[in-house]
Design a protein around this ligand. Structure first.
Ligand code: 5GP
Length: 216
């Protein structure tokens, strides 16, 4: 339990190729006490992925019983697989005073916001133009042309939810976008609600001054 502050949930949503990965890695490197949430999924493990590092991999039946047991604070079906965020792990991290980055889609973002409004900070990352997003997806060299076309179509759907976010960062120049997300984290950490644990004892010390205590 961190006596000083309560952490928040940072949700970054973005179409594929908009720079979400780079921006969240930048935050992890720039701040102490900010961590990635590890989701649970039914999708097959990919080469290079590690159990319990990238995801907790479970079977469909196990995932369904976890839903029934209300183990998830949010879950969704994405590309035919189930993905979810475990409630207990998330709450424990917040209690420790960590800020937690969630890489979830807009459906999950909506569910968490409904349940934990005061704990959620949602940033929509937006590419500067469709042409630039297309150029980046091609330059990344990761997908076939067919997959790129599909990602472009999905981008339109993801971007249509931009107004559900608290902040919008247009990732035109990466350096400026990094500075923007950093500024958001700094400001959110100073919100009155999150500072209460630190400030209340401090203010109490001031009132003690008038109860016969002396500074010297
Ligand atoms: P991938 O299979 O490529 O790792 O992830 C596919 C999609 O699932 C991404 O858009 C990612 O944001 C989303 N996703 C990953 N984990 C979760 C989760 O716990 N909940 C929700 N709602 N979406 C997730």
């Amino acid at each position: 339990m961190n006596e000083m502050k309560r952490g928040f949930i940072l949700i970054l949503t973005a179409p594929s190729g908009a720079g979400k990965g780079v921006l969240s890695n930048h935050l992890i490197q720039s701040f102490r006490d900010i961590h990635f949430s590890i989701s649970t999924t039914t999708r097959a493990i990919r080469p290079g992925e590690k159990l319990g590092v990238h995801y907790f991999f479970v079977g469909r039946e196990e995932f369904e019983s976890m839903i029934a047991a209300q183990a998830f604070v949010e879950w969704a079906e994405v590309f035919g697989n189930f993905y979810g965020t475990q409630r207990q792990t998330l709450l424990e991290s917040l209690e420790k005073g960590w800020d937690v980055i969630l890489d979830i889609d807009w459906q999950g973002a909506r569910q968490i916001r409904t349940q934990m409004r005061d704990d959620v900070v949602h940033i929509a990352i937006v590419p500067p133009s469709p042409e630039e997003l297309y150029r980046r997806l091609v330059a990344r060299g990761q997908d076939s042309m067919e997959v790129i076309e599909k990602r472009m179509a999905l981008a339109e759907r993801e971007l249509s939810h931009w107004h559900e976010a608290d902040y919008v960062v247009v990732n035109d120049r990466l350096e400026a976008a990094c500075a923007d997300v950093e500024a958001i984290v700094r400001a959110e950490r100073l919100k009155r609600l999150r500072m209460a644990k630190k400030i209340e004892p401090l203010v109490a010390r001031f009132s003690n001054l008038f109860d016969g205590h002396h500074l010297a």
